[in-house]
Design a protein around this ligand. Structure first.
Ligand code: ZN
Length: 481
């Protein structure tokens, strides 16, 4: 095998579909520094892209293109953005083509021909077919709950960690950033949830603008992204008053919509760009698990409900500068991720591997192993998911050979991975012995009248709740519309 053993993903990047968790189609975008033209030419010769030139920023290949990726211009990096387009990684051909391309990139990285620098981001889109607005609320609540660990994980293998910590790129994009903490609510009513999500900036680490944009299915700037209410499956998300009053904007839930949808994805912008396939595997597994955890069937009475969860907003500080309480909280959230999310044993092992390449390594090798060594827990509601398209990868026109005949090059062992932890001189004075996660906040024996804010750590306005008659309700109660 071409990759160093430690970097090899399970199953040659093939994904299982464990109980209740069908694989959502994904696109993986990686920004690269280097000589763009030379890179395009190299990838073309290896049958990874269709053209020996860097494509324009606006380039979109047709549905049937046989190559696993395309390389397009991106103003924030020197080589371009490599887009692995609509992968079904339960399909061995897709998995093999992706892995072969990643092996080639690894070779180029070792030769110094490409670089994954702090100005390079990694974006992964997941198909949102059948993913309703309340599923999105639950996903955002979950993301907010785990935000600090997710940002650490996104910096796995880099000395500086998440790229927002790299001086000079921490306030990139004219100060607006490329991967900001997400909105934390309020999600206390359909209306407030919709306004929070719709107003969320594109540069959020969880970009929902593609999902929510435009009410117009006939065209416009974002034509066809969202239901117009004109389809048989249309269902109003926020019921509008209609008797004599003007309906300003009807909001329809895409959950049951049957409109033709050109593009319907949720984009995770939080990831760094990096060249270790095993870390990438962990990232994709986590995304699949979190989307599945958040999903509920449209016809279940629990569909429009969510349990508020106290957010742990990205601290935006090196780990060494976190307080003892923040470190404990981070550890609790990591424990939650391993115990509660629908991840297979192999996926948990890649997640463990990735976390051990972050400062969370200080929680201890044995502790992290114990978290990963927990059984698969299916999502509360077995997911139903229709794959909206099938993409067939075929012959490589560059060499006129099938993918399988295009052998990768040899890689020697040893890595360019940062020897961060050898250099790291953080005092570990905290008791990291296993503890109960703060899961108790979510149910069980909660005393009547308990109050909670969904963002206890500051930074963003959250929602407030009070526990009453066995349910979390908004506190103070929302004014009647
Ligand atoms: Zn529709």
């Amino acid at each position: 095998m071409a990759l160093p053993k430690l970097m090899q993903p399970p199953r040659k990047f093939h994904f299982e579909e464990p109980l209740g968790r069908p694989f959502r189609i994904c696109s993986v975008e990686t920004e690269l520094d280097g000589a763009g033209q030379a890179l395009a030419s190299d990838l073309f010769q290896h049958g990874i892209v269709a053209s020996p030139d860097v494509q324009l920023y606006s380039f979109q290949p047709k549905n049937a293109h046989p190559h696993v990726a395309y390389l397009k211009f991106d103003g924030s990096v020197t080589a371009g953005e490599l887009v692995f387009d609509r992968l079904d990684l339960t399909n061995p051909a897709h998995a093999a083509a992706l892995l072969r391309a990643l092996e080639r990139l690894r070779s180029l990285e070792k030769n110094g021909d490409v670089g994954y620098n702090p100005n390079c981001g990694g974006h992964i889109h997941l198909d949102a077919n059948g993913f309703g607005i309340w599923d999105l609320v639950r996903l955002m609540t979950l993301f907010g709950f785990c935000e600090e660990p997710i940002f650490r994980l996104a910096g796995a293998g880099k000395t500086y960690g998440h790229r927002t910590l790299y001086t000079g790129y921490d306030r990139a994009n004219h100060g607006a950033g490329y991967s900001d903490p997400i909105s934390k609510g309020p999600f206390t009513s359909a209306k407030s949830a919709w306004e929070t999500i719709r107003n969320q900036k594109r540069m959020s680490s969880l970009n929902t603008t593609i999902y929510t944009a435009s009410n117009d299915v006939t065209g416009g700037a974002h034509g066809g992204y969202r239901c117009s209410g004109g389809c048989p499956g249309a269902r109003e998300f926020i019921p509008q008053k209609r008797n004599g009053q003007t309906v300003s904007e009807a909001v329809f839930d895409k959950k049951t919509c049957t409109c033709p949808q050109r593009k319907n994805t949720i984009e995770w912008r939080v990831w760094n760009a990096q060249g270790n396939p095993r870390i990438l595997y962990a990232w994709i597994a986590l995304m699949q698990a979190m989307h599945a955890w958040a999903w509920r069937p449209a016809d279940d009475k629990k569909y429009p409900k969510h349990d508020p969860m106290p957010a742990f907003t990205w601290t935006w500080r090196p780990f060494s500068r976190l307080t003892q309480d923040e470190r404990r909280l981070a550890q609790d959230r990591v424990q939650f991720m391993f115990h509660e999310l629908p991840l297979t044993a192999e996926e948990k092992d890649t997640l463990r591997y990735a976390f051990m390449r972050t400062p969370y390594k200080l929680f201890g090798k044995d502790w992290m192993k114990a978290q990963a060594n927990t059984p698969y827990k299916p999502p509360e509601f077995p997911n139903i998911y229709k794959k909206t398209f099938k993409r067939k990868l075929g012959t490589n026109p560059a060499t006129n050979r099938d993918w399988a005949d295009d052998k990768g090059v040899d890689y020697s062992e040893g890595g360019i991975e940062d020897n961060f932890f050898e250099q790291q001189n953080v005092q570990d004075t905290i008791d990291y012995s296993p503890r109960q996660p703060q899961r108790v906040m979510l149910g069980g024996d909660i005393p009547e009248g308990t109050t909670m804010s969904t963002d206890a750590t500051g930074g963003f306005e959250g929602s407030s709740y009070i526990y009453h008659n066995g349910e979390w309700i908004p506190d103070p109660p929302l004014p009647r519309r």
